[in-house]
Write a protein that binds this ligand. Structure first.
Ligand code: ME8
Length: 649
């Protein structure tokens, strides 16, 4: 059987400035897909690179008073260094100033010229300088570019045009015949809407006197190639077009072009029609993801709010960053980056849910299984709670496969975290520390340990494409004999694959909690964080109390078993909290900070002797300890696994 192949690309980024989180986003998403398909044992070709010609780059070089090639040579290093830092597993990196690319662009132009699909004409119309795009009178909006909103300028000049318009019907038919070609659906409809208007021909040259920095047009040395035609060709020049036909046959068409929504038209329309003219198959899928803003503002140099991925990763760690970007918003939709949201996610999902699950399980294996992975005991009857856990875990690999195929990264991760939280609840219910007290429960204890460890093994495999370093570290601590697994990911993550009697190696916690207190200093330097209210941080002016006063408080460790919003309130949640001896209903003003689902299985500290109160018609028998004043910043809890009901003093 021939090995399935997967060819995935990112946009090639302009080297006019250093990369920011937007660039990191597309490239990380592509990396997750590349890794996923590699773990499925497919042959993967993952391409990224840089777009080094055109006006933007020429201007950036001019502003630094250096030649454009020198500028590109310097800037490209930042992209390459960032991809190394972000653990990007690209197989190739193409620069449009490389010979292999230039030759390919020349060949494309010559072919189209020979086929009489390019002609010379005088262009009169409107031009958007920053976007390097021509617009018709009808397209511009009150004298501004319909794309970026900046003023357009009137232009009349002799140029070369590609007969793009003649492919309109064919392109429309292709989009209709292949519903998956452009995704998400809303973007596909946008392009279909765009194609309702007559498709004009595409100006593919720029006179050298106006722009010198580009690939010369092979049949007219007075012109250079339009930067978009130049750039789009990278997808075939890097995969062997006209140079290595075996290689090209193997990889083309690309299985997936990942792009931001800003450059969908150039890919869906310009690129598709160029490929039609070259008689080459179109890419199988084109996915346009959403846009990141920062604290609900557009990222821009002038606002000084551009998020530097290098800084984020240095401060909070790589996998927390990779996780946040893909977990926070559905891939096709726009997202908002704030340090607060980042820290909250990292602390709750990574430090609390995943980190605690691993560390408490390893601690139990050390204590109750001689520091080894457990056996499954065949004669122990599976109890309801075991079966429930097994069934959700068994359903996971296939579901993740579907999610990843649909680029539903957010859903994939939230399903994995659903299982992590289920396992945390399972531990609470099965209470291995109680079982360990009575030797007659030895078999039951081993079974509980097996179910927990097997769940973590499967989670480890499934998070590997998203968080490769974390998965590797988890595999090491769990003593998995083979990582990444030799079997394809969906098979390796089937229930029952845990090798018993492997020595575990409990290490440092995967994700130390980010201390929001110490974060404050950093936030003040960084525009990424939203300002905190004074009340959160002002020194206390309250009067002193005696120890006896303090001793009146009864504080206990609790575990949240259920949580839901209170209708009509933005702030309030009603929780069922297990405090050991009983389950308490507690109303807490934490809904702006925590989604109800994120709280299930979470350890909290409860004031258990507070007089019951009725809040918005709901009875509350206790209170949770939390940091923050008007805005809750986090719930108090412990790093260690502590049984529900334990006194806190
Ligand atoms: O357009 N949110 O390069 P470019 C999400 N060279 N993604 C973002 C983003 C944001 N705020 N900002 C940038 C070009 N991106 C051309 C591409 S391809 C043949 C030529 C990401 O440096 C997103 O993927 O302006 C977007 O499409 C791309 O960076 C634009 O990068």
């Amino acid at each position: 059987m021939t090995q399935k192949k997967f060819y995935i690309t990112t946009p090639i980024y302009y080297v006019n400035d250093k990369p920011h989180i937007g660039h990191a986003y597309t490239t990380i998403a592509a990396d997750v897909l590349a890794r996923y398909h590699r773990l499925q044992k497919e042959a993967v070709f993952f391409l990224t690179g840089t777009d080094e010609h055109g006006q933007k780059v020429e201007q950036a070089a001019q502003s630094r008073n250096i030649p454009p090639k020198q500028h590109a040579d310097e800037l490209v290093l930042r992209f390459q260094a960032l991809w190394r830092q972000l653990n990007i597993s690209n197989d190739d990196f193409i620069r449009t100033t490389e010979d292999r690319h230039r030759r390919c662009v020349e060949r494309v132009l010559q072919t189209l010229w020979d086929k009489k699909l390019i002609y010379a004409d005088t262009y009169t119309g409107w031009y958007c300088l920053p976007d390097e795009r021509f617009w018709t009178e009808k397209e511009i909006v009150e004298g501004n570019c319909p794309d970026c909103g900046r003023p357009v300028e009137a232009l009349a000049e002799q140029n070369y045009f590609f007969k793009m318009g003649q492919y309109q019907t064919r392109l429309k038919k292709h989009i209709l015949d292949y519903p998956d070609f452009i995704q998400p659906e809303s973007r596909r409809n946008e392009i279909l809407g765009f194609l309702e208007n007559p498709l004009t021909d595409l100006c593919i040259s720029r006179p050298k006197r106006r722009l010198a920095w580009g690939i010369p047009i092979p049949f007219d040395p007075d012109y250079v190639t339009y930067v978009w035609l130049d750039a789009l060709v990278n997808y075939i020049s890097a995969s062997g077009f006209e140079k290595d036909s075996d290689r090209f046959q193997r990889w083309w068409p690309a299985d997936m072009h990942l792009v931001g929504k800003d450059i969908l038209t150039t890919h869906a329309v310009y690129w598709s029609t160029i490929l039609m003219a070259l008689e080459l198959p179109l890419p199988k899928r084109l996915f346009a993801h959403g846009w990141w803003q920062v604290n609900n503002q557009k990222m821009s140099k002038s606002l000084g709010n551009v998020i530097d991925p290098v800084e984020i990763v240095k401060t909070y760690g790589l996998d927390a960053f990779r996780y946040f970007l893909l977990r926070q918003v559905p891939f096709g939709q726009d997202g908002d980056f704030s340090t607060e949201a980042f820290i909250q996610r990292s602390n709750s999902d990574l430090a609390n849910d995943l980190g605690n699950l691993l560390s408490r399980t390893l601690t139990m294996l050390e204590r109750y299984a001689e520091g080894c992975t457990p056996h499954r005991l065949e004669d122990e009857k599976e109890q309801d709670e075991d079966r429930d856990l097994r069934q959700v875990v068994e359903a996971l690999p296939e579901s993740i496969e579907t999610r990843v195929a649909q680029l539903e990264f957010q859903k994939a991760l939230s399903e994995i975290w659903g299982v992590i939280n289920h396992a945390n609840r399972y531990i609470e219910t099965a209470a291995p520390w109680q079982l360990a007290k009575d030797p007659s429960n030895a078999q039951r204890l081993q079974t509980v340990l097996y179910y927990t460890t097997e769940t973590i093994r499967i989670v480890t495999i499934l998070i590997a494409p998203f968080m490769p370093d974390t998965a590797e570290e988890m595999a090491r601590q769990l003593g998995l004999p083979e990582f990444p697994p030799a079997l394809p990911l969906t098979q390796a993550s089937q229930w029952g694959g845990l090798s018993p009697k492997q020595k575990i190696a409990k290490g440092q916690s995967l994700f130390p909690r980010i201390d929001t207190g110490s974060q404050k200093g950093k936030d003040q330097q960084s525009n990424a964080a939203s300002p905190k209210s004074e009340a959160q941080t002002a020194p206390s002016t309250k009067t002193e109390i005696t120890f006896e006063d303090f001793a009146k408080l009864e504080l206990r460790v609790g575990i949240v078993r259920a949580a839901e919003k209170i209708k009509g309130s933005k702030k309030l949640l009603v929780l069922e909290v297990d405090i050991g001896s009983e389950q308490r209903q507690v109303v807490a003003g934490i809904a702006t900070k925590y989604a109800p689902d994120a709280l299930i299985g979470k350890q909290v500290v409860v004031i258990t002797n507070l007089k019951p109160a009725t809040i918005m018609g709901v009875s509350s028998q206790g209170m949770l300890l939390a940091a923050g004043a008007e805005t809750v910043l986090g719930l108090a809890s412990f790093q260690e696994e502590i049984p529900a009901g334990t006194r806190v003093r």
